[in-house]
Design a protein around this ligand. Structure first.
Ligand code: ZN
Length: 390
């Protein structure tokens, strides 16, 4: 067991100074926890006086098997290492396939998720890819959701992108309905993660689905909503109508030049536009290739997306765009966990998975990452003074 004393706790809401007791699960949260030798509980503890304690980050889109390949085989990107996640403060993540469902597979995705989980990073995955018909692991979207515990939804289905399969609204509705049906049987949400491309109205197809079927808006979760100003404006309408939207934090100078709205700024603008803060999320798109195409859709630049951009965007949102800390924090913890149906992630509360981060309150610098109750990484300056049981 581990006892953290005197931390300034954000659940993500601020609840002030608390002591927190945990093993792999968060056991207790109280003004003051004292364990006497008579309790028989062997407990390490440290004093977190002067530090903030927040939930481990939930990254709703990481290509943890590696992705890319849009510029040939040499442009395939490498897989994520657990150490990269810990250093970035990410303790829970959802992985999926993107453009490439030929050299990348759901078998590899599932094995990588299990490998990450064995190392203390909670990892789930999505079935499908950019393509329609939807590639799956067991032969159908429904079977994948019912039979594979780690598979919690479908994605990234590409809309409004020249690399997608250009599905019509009926095809999108059929995929979403299959995801919902399978998810209901397995007690999951079956969220459909939508990769939005450069098209002016990439969500027009989703609005057709919503207008013509009984499927709920909450099933659809568009990402890259900050790709261009037009994409952002379209997604703002989707969010104001009650949908959740996701901003991608990884970027490059070429993408900014091409009109991307940086994620931190997009978060601030959406809040200014009175979007419900609980509908806003950020994800890193980590290990994706970040290809930049010119107007002729020719590839002009490609880089590897970085998972550490997630927390960096929270820092920028708070410090440069005056986003309230609790809203920025919720966009990378409680909100994506809620959208994806990850009940034990993204919040500090008894019964949650013991995934926690310590922060310097001035700079919001990550000082330590705890996942599954184990200190996985700490900043050299943290020097958490570990002590034996009382
Ligand atoms: Zn994408």
């Amino acid at each position: 067991m581990l006892l953290i004393k005197n931390a300034d706790v954000y659940t993500p809401e601020s609840i002030g100074r608390r002591d927190v007791l945990l093993d792999s699960t968060l056991l207790a949260l109280s003004d003051s926890i004292h364990l006497t030798p008579e309790s028989g509980l062997a407990t390490d503890w440290f004093d977190a006086e002067g530090l903030m304690l927040i939930p481990g980050l939930v990254d709703a889109l990481v290509h943890y098997t590696g992705g890319g390949g849009e510029a040939g085989f040499a442009s395939r990107t490498p897989p994520l290492k657990a150490e990269q996640a810990w250093q970035a403060g990410v303790t829970s993540m959802v992985g999926c396939l993107g453009t490439d469902a030929i050299t990348r597979s759901h078998v590899d995705l599932l094995a990588t998720a299990r490998g990450l989980s064995e190392q203390g990073v909670n990892a789930w995955c999505l079935t499908g890819s950019y393509a329609v018909p939807t590639p799956t692991l067991t032969g159908s979207v429904e079977r994948d959701l019912v039979l594979i515990p780690e598979i919690i939804g479908v994605g990234e289905l590409a809309l409004g992108d020249h690399r997608g399969s250009q599905p019509g609204w009926q095809e999108v509705a059929t995929i979403a309905a299959a995801s919902r049906r399978g998810a209901m049987l397995a007690g999951k949400l079956g969220t459909l993660l939508l990769h939005l491309g450069d098209a002016d109205q990439p969500l027009a197809i989703v609005e057709q689905v919503l207008a013509n079927t009984e499927l709920p808006r909450s099933l659809f979760y568009p990402t890259h909503c900050n790709r261009t100003q037009d994409t952002f404006d379209a997604c703002l309408k989707f969010a104001l109508a009650g949908g959740a939207i996701d901003f991608t934090t990884s970027t490059t100078p070429a993408l900014i030049e091409a009109g991307e709205v940086p994620a931190a700024r997009a978060l601030a603008l959406a809040l200014d536009a009175n979007v419900d803060p609980s509908k806003l999320t950020m994800s890193s798109d980590g290990q994706a290739s970040l290809p930049c195409f010119n107007v002729a859709q020719e590839l002009v630049d490609t880089q590897v997306a970085c998972i550490s951009s997630l927390w960096q965007s929270v820092q920028v949102a708070v410090m440069e765009h005056s986003v309230p800390f609790e809203h920025a924090l919720a966009s990378v913890t409680a909100n994506p966990a809620r959208v994806m149906g990850l009940n034990k992630s993204g919040r500090i509360q008894p019964g949650a998975s013991a995934d926690l981060l310590l922060l310097d309150p001035e700079s919001l610098t990550l000082m330590a990452t705890i996942s599954g109750g184990v200190i996985r990484w700490q900043n050299k300056e943290a020097q958490l003074r570990h002590r034996e049981a009382a």
